[in-house]
Design a protein around this ligand. Sequence first.
Ligand code: HEC
Length: 100
Amino acid sequence: MKNLFITGLVGVGLLGTSLAALATDAHTRVIATTCLSCHGPDGKSKSAMPSLAGIDKAYFVAQMKAFKSGQRPASVMHRHAQGYTDQEFEKMGEYFAAMK
Ligand code: HEC
């Protein structure tokens, strides 16, 4: 638990103070941090990877479910969508949608 807390703090530090002000639970922030290593540190990708900042929540949740079920073909995302619940997708969606 202590380690999780520290990981959360490091994540918030990386994401910057503006996001730390968001009232998102630590669990969601920790998950989101793992996504941002590919999708851009502030959710804005500079590569071929799609950006997540400001994404439509309903679209996000639908894509994550489609990756998880294999309905949407993916190079890596079907793996990243495994292991998360629908509720976690909802929370992540809120988090990314709120990113500016
Ligand atoms: C290893 C790099 C990597 C990581 C880590 C990663 N993604 Fe992705 N993501 C991709 C790539 C590449 C695509 C394009 C689809 C594909 O080929 O898998 C993508 C596509 C997506 C899309 C679709 C965007 C759109 O515009 O349709 C969403 C949503 C998404 N990722 C969310 C996440 C979330 C949430 C996490 C963390 C749980 C995550 N990604 C972690 C590489 C990554």
